[in-house]
Every structure is written in structure tokens, then in C-alpha cells.
Design a protein around this ligand. Structure first.
Ligand SMILES: [Zn+2]
Ligand SMILES: [Zn+2]
Length: 349
């Protein structure tokens, strides 16, 4: 296994190098130009008002753009559309993270080429394997049980924006339990650890996850969700809003959300979720909303405190960092754990 791993690793290393040298480096130089501006606005009302308004503004804008796209005939998220959306988000989020940084340490972008590879890996796997499998399972189960169930349940009388919020919350109810299970069960953790292996949080690393993590969820929450028969345009806008929340959830922007920290999965409460301390990390499982955590007793956000920036997987300094290493990590988890124990006994590294 080790030999195959290093062979595959050598195959992908050039791609990671190209990403560093030709894609990241020029952007890094540009982004650094924002640093003096970040210092200039320190302690000003301008900074404060940006910190407070960015999140609600983005949320409203996403819903508005979403329904405009629906009016224009778009109701399906395509491969190309997702890439365009991420590019637009990157051009907005990356400079804003530089202007309003929560952690300077998290500005180190060495891991980005691996995240880009993981993004494409997940996208290809998701679109060509996960999604067809999900659709086939859903239609099979729905037909078998009853296509009628849930037909009249959807609250179509509500304002469309409210319907989006309802779908976001129902979807996250299932996601909450799946996510919690992945943290509380060691076999499930093997897959989810890839997401937590990141040592910094920034707008793009919400996409860092193992493709197989999503495969199991097809059979867990896609099926109950299939009976929640929301109109296709609501599903589309909810998907877009989920993307925006995902970017904020992992952003390095020092935004102030106030009451929204108790409604949505936010940068502040999600930073606790990525903490190395297990008592902090095993909390705030919400992916889009956070009130399921409040309801089921897993919410963690002590008043008057701020989360730290020391995040990642504790006691595992040897956890893989390359694309191939991360792809194989769930399968080599036993070995990684054993080696980590030896390293920690020797005094860590
Ligand atoms: Zn998690
Ligand atoms: Zn996360």
C-alpha cells in the first residue's frame, strides 16, 4: 500500500507544483497589496460596518440572484455553473479575507493546490457517480413506498424566500445527524477526518472532503428528503444559498454576525467545530443552520470568548497533506494512527 501511495503521490506532485508556481504565486503577490489597506482601516467605523454588513448582504444577494436565475430559466446547477460560481466567490472572498483577516496564520496558502484537486475530484465523483446513484435510489424508493407521500406537505403558500429557509433547515436536520455520527463513530471519522485535516480555515476549504463521505449520505438523508417535495426552483436557490453559507462558514474573514451566529452555521461557531480540542470540536455540527445544535445540546460558543486559530487533527502530526495521501487516508487510517502514537510518545514533532 505504501509503495502504491508514493507512486501515485509522485504522479500528482507536479500538478500541485504547477498550482503553486503558476496559479497561486501571481495571486499571492496581488493579495499582499491589500495588507497596507487592512492596516489603514484597523479600528475605523468603515471596518466595523463592513464586518457587520457583509454576511446579511451576501445572503440577500444570493437569494435575489438565485430567483433572477430561475426567472431566466436556470433551475439546475451544472458543472460549469459551479466552477463559474466558485471563481466569482474567489474573486470576492479572497481580497475580503485579506482586508479583514481573522487569523494572519491562516493566510499561508500552501494547501490550496491540494484543495483545488480535491474540489475537482469531488466534483467529478459527485456529478458522475454520486448523483446518478442518488437519483436512481430516490426514484426507486419513492416509487416503491408511495409517490403520493409528502405531496401536500410542502408549504408552498409561504413567501419563496421563506420556503428556501424551510428547505435549508429540513435538509440540515438530516445532515446534522450524519455529521454528528461521523464525529462520534471511529469508522465514520476515518472519512470525515479529511475535512478536519486542514490547519487553517479560508473561503475555499469547505470543499475539502473525501468523495466517499458523500456516498453513504445518499442512502441516509437523500431518501427522507425525497418525500419533502419542494419545487425545483426552491431546491435550486437553496443549493446556491448553501454554497454561500459554506464559504462564510469556513472564511478567514473577521466578520461580526451577532444574532445570526445562533441561526446559521457561521465562521465563529464553525471555528470551534474545527478546534483540535475534542470537547470543542465535537459540537456545532450544523452545515447551514445551527439551531439543531441548540435543540440537541451540541451548541458550543461561550459568551465573551473568541475561538482560537489552532485547528486540525490533534495528536496526528503525520496526517497526510498531499492529494493522494488524503484520498487514501481513510484506508490507511490504522497505520497513520499507529505511527502518530509513536511520534507523540517520542515527544511530538
Ligand atoms: Zn466535522
Ligand atoms: Zn468545516
Amino acid at each position: 500500500m505504501k509503495r502504491i501511495e508514493s507512486m501515485l503521490d509522485n504522479l500528482f506532485r507536479p500538478l500541485e507544483f504547477i498550482g503553486h508556481r503558476f496559479i497561486l504565486a501571481p495571486f499571492r503577490a496581488l493579495l499582499k497589496k491589500i495588507d497596507p489597506l487592512a492596516e489603514a482601516i484597523e479600528g475605523t467605523w468603515l471596518k466595523k460596518s463592513l464586518q457587520v454588513t457583509i454576511f446579511p448582504l451576501f445572503m440577500i444577494l444570493t437569494v435575489w440572484v438565485g430567483f433572477k436565475l430561475v426567472e431566466g430559466g436556470y433551475t439546475i446547477r451544472t458543472f460549469g455553473g459551479t466552477i463559474v460560481m466558485f471563481l466569482i466567490m474567489g474573486f470576492i472572498f479572497a481580497p475580503l479575507e485579506r482586508l479583514l483577516p481573522f487569523s494572519k496564520k491562516w493566510q499561508n496558502d500552501e494547501d490550496m493546490p491540494v484543495d483545488v484537486l480535491l474540489f475537482f475530484g469531488n466534483k467529478v465523483w459527485g456529478d458522475y457517480i454520486n448523483k446518478p446513484l442518488q437519483l436512481a435510489t430516490i426514484s426507486l424508493v419513492v416509487q416503491k413506498i408511495s409517490p403520493e407521500i409528502g405531496r401536500d406537505l410542502w408549504p408552498g403558500f409561504l413567501h419563496p424566500a421563506l420556503q428556501v429557509f424551510v428547505l435549508l433547515s429540513v435538509n440540515d436536520f438530516f445532515r446534522y445527524w450524519y455529521h454528528r455520527w461521523m464525529h462520534e463513530n471511529e469508522f465514520m471519522w476515518r472519512w470525515h477526518a479529511v475535512h478536519h485535516s486542514s490547519e487553517r480555515l479560508y473561503w475555499f476549504n469547505g470543499t475539502r472532503s473525501h468523495p466517499l463521505e458523500g456516498l453513504v449520505s445518499n442512502f441516509l438523508w437523500a431518501i427522507p428528503l425525497a418525500f419533502v417535495k419542494a419545487p425545483v426552483e426552491i431546491v435550486f436557490v437553496t443549493g446556491l444559498l448553501g454554497r454561500t453559507i459554506g464559504r462564510f462558514q469556513h472564511t478567514n474573514m473577521d466578520v461580526i454576525l451577532g444574532p445570526f451566529d445562533y441561526i446559521f452555521s457561521s465562521p465563529k461557531n464553525h471555528r470551534y467545530h474545527h478546534s483540535k480540542k475534542i470537547e470543542e470540536g465535537n459540537s456545532n455540527y450544523g452545515g447551514d443552520v445551527i439551531f439543531w445544535d441548540l435543540l440537541f445540546g451540541t451548541f458550543h460558543m461561550p459568551r465573551g470568548q473568541q475561538p482560537g486559530d489552532d485547528i486540525g487533527i490533534d495528536q496526528m502530526p503525520n496526517y497526510p497533506k498531499t492529494f493522494i495521501g488524503l484520498m487514501l487516508a481513510p484506508f490507511t487510517y490504522g497505520r497513520i494512527k499507529k505511527e502518530a502514537k509513536k511520534i507523540m510518545e517520542k515527544g511530538g514533532s
